[in-house]
Write a protein that binds this ligand. Structure first.
Ligand code: NAD
Ligand code: DAU
Length: 353
C-alpha cells in the first residue's frame, strides 16, 4: 500500500508528508514540480527514508503521471499541487490556469485511466482527495453565517476562480466517471514551513529584520485561521473515512481581523525576542495599498467534518501562533534557504522596497 501526494514540497503538503510518515508505516510518493514555492529542505528529515519517494514533475504531465501510477500503484492520491498565492494570481494569472485548471484536468484524466483498470475491490477502496480552499465561496458580509458545504461558488480572484474550476472538474469526474473523489475546502493555514510571501510568515520575518509589516487597506479583512497540523489531521480523517462525491469544509473556528493577527505576532515577539530599543514590534505596522478585489471576510462552518468524521482542531490561535513564531526563530537555516533571489524580486516588485 502506498499513497501519492502532489505538491508535497509546499507548505501544507510538506507538513502532511512529515506527519504521515511519523504516524504510519505506509510509504508516500511525492510528485512536485518544485516551483518557487516548492522547497525540498522541508522534507530533509525524511529524504533518506525507505518509505519516501520524490519525483520532480508536473501534475499536468500525463505520461509521467501514468508511469508513476503504473509503478507505484497508490491506493489514494492527495492533490495539494497548485499555484496558491492570491497576489501573484492578480499580477499573473497564467500559471494559475495552467496548473490549477489544466494541470488538475491532466491529473484527473490519468488517474481515471489508472483507476478504471483496477480490480473491483481496488476501485472501491481507491480515493482521490482534492485539497481546495474556502475562497471559492467568495466574500461574506459581516452578519452572514459561515460558509457551509452548500454555499454557492462565487470566486473573486484569479486564484479562487482557478481553484473553483478545479473543484468543478473533480465533481464532474466523480459524477460522470464514478471516480471516488472527495474535495475539502479549507480556511487559511499557518504554521511551520510556510513560505514568507503569506501574511503570517512575512510579518514574523519582517518584524525580526526591522522592516515594515505591510497591512493591506484598513486591516479589517477577516480570515478563519487553522494551524496546519490540524489541517493535516483532518485530511487523514477524510482520506480514511470520507464519502466519495462529498465535500468537507475545514476551518479553525477562529476568525480574526488581519490587524489583530499582526498585533498578536508583535505581542509574542515582544515577549520572546524584545526589540533592542525596548519599543514594540507593533511600531513597524504600516498600512499599504489594498489588494485589488480583496475579499472582506471568510469564515468556515466545519460542523459536517466534526459530526461525521469526529475531527476538531486542537490548537487555538494563541497556542498555534506562539508555536509558529518560535518555529521561525529557531529555523533560520530553512528561512535563508527559501528567501532566494526570485523571492526577493517578488518582494521588491510587490511592495516597492
Ligand atoms: P504552496 O504554494 O506552499 O505549495 C504548492 C506546491 O505545489 C509547491 O511545492 C509547488 O512546487 C507545487 N506545484 C505547483 N505547481 C505544480 C505542478 N504543476 N505540478 C506539481 N507540483 C506543483 O501551497 P500550500 O499553501 O501548501 O497549498 C496547498 C494546497 O492547499 C493548494 O491546492 C491550495 O490551494 C490549498 N489551500 C491552501 C491554504 C493555505 O492557507 N495555504 C488553505 C486552503 C487550501
Ligand atoms: O483562505 C484560504 C487561502 O488562504 C488559501 O486558499 C490560499 O492559498 C492562501 O494563500 C490564503 O490566501 P490569503 O490571500 O487569505 O492569504 P495571505 O496570507 O496572502 O493574506 C491573508 C490576509 O492578509 C489577506 O486578507 C491579505 C492580507 N495581507 C496579505 C499580505 C501578503 C496583508 O494585509 N498584507 C500582506 O502583505
Amino acid at each position: 500500500m502506498v499513497i501519492l501526494v502532489t505538491g508535497g514540497a509546499g507548505f501544507i503538503g510538506g507538513n502532511f508528508i512529515l506527519e504521515w510518515l511519523s504516524n504510519q508505516e505506509e510509504p508516500v510518493v511525492n510528485l512536485d514540480k518544485l516551483t518557487y514555492a516548492g522547497n525540498p529542505e522541508t522534507l530533509a528529515g525524511v529524504r533518506d527514508s525507505s518509505r519516501y519517494f520524490f519525483i520532480q514533475g508536473d501534475i499536468g504531465d500525463r505520461k509521467l503521471v501514468a508511469a508513476l501510477l503504473r509503478n507505484y500503484r497508490p491506493r489514494a492520491i492527495l492533490n495539494f499541487a497548485a499555484e496558491s498565492h492570491v497576489d501573484r494570481s492578480i499580477k499573473g494569472p497564467g500559471d494559475f490556469i495552467e496548473t490549477n485548471v489544466v494541470g488538475t484536468f491532466g491529473l484527473l484524466d490519468a488517474v481515471r485511466d489508472y483507476w478504471s483498470h483496477l480490480r473491483p475491490a481496488g476501485q472501491e477502496a481507491f480515493r482521490f482527495l482534492h485539497v481546495s480552499t474556502d475562497e471559492v465561496y467568495g466574500s461574506l458580509a459581516p452578519d452572514d453565517a459561515p460558509f457551509s458545504e452548500s454555499n454557492r461558488y462565487e470566486p473573486n480572484s484569479p486564484y479562487s476562480a482557478s481553484k473553483a474550476a478545479s473543484d468543478h472538474l473533480v465533481r464532474a469526474w466523480h459524477h460522470t466517471y464514478g471516480l471516488p473523489a472527495i474535495t475539502t475546502n479549507c480556511s487559511n493555514n499557518y504554521g511551520p514551513y510556510h513560505f514568507p510571501e503569506k501574511l503570517i510568515p512575512l510579518c514574523i520575518l519582517n518584524a525580526c529584520a526591522g522592516k515594515p509589516l505591510p497591512i493591506y487597506g484598513d486591516g479589517m479583512q477577516r480570515r478563519d485561521w487553522l494551524y496546519v497540523k490540524d489541517h493535516c489531521h483532518a485530511l487523514r480523517r477524510v482520506v480514511e473515512d470520507g464519502v466519495p462525491g462529498e465535500t468537507y469544509n475545514i476551518g479553525g473556528n477562529c476568525e480574526k481581523a488581519n490587524l489583530e493577527v499582526v498585533q498578536t505576532i508583535c505581542a509574542v515577539l515582544d515577549e520572546v525576542r524584545p526589540r533592542e530599543d525596548g519599543k514594540s514590534y507593533a511600531e513597524q505596522i504600516t498600512f499599504v495599498q489594498d489588494r485589488p478585489g480583496h475579499d472582506r471576510r471568510y469564515a468556515i462552518d466545519a460542523s459536517r467534518i466534526e459530526s461525521e468524521l469526529g475531527w476538531k482542531p486542537s490548537e487555538t490561535f494563541e497556542t498555534g501562533i506562539r508555536k509558529t513564531v518560535l518555529w521561525y526563530l529557531e529555523n533560520e537555516g530553512w528561512v535563508q534557504n527559501v528567501t532566494t533571489g526570485a523571492y526577493r524580486d517578488w518582494v521588491r516588485e510587490h511592495y516597492g522596497t
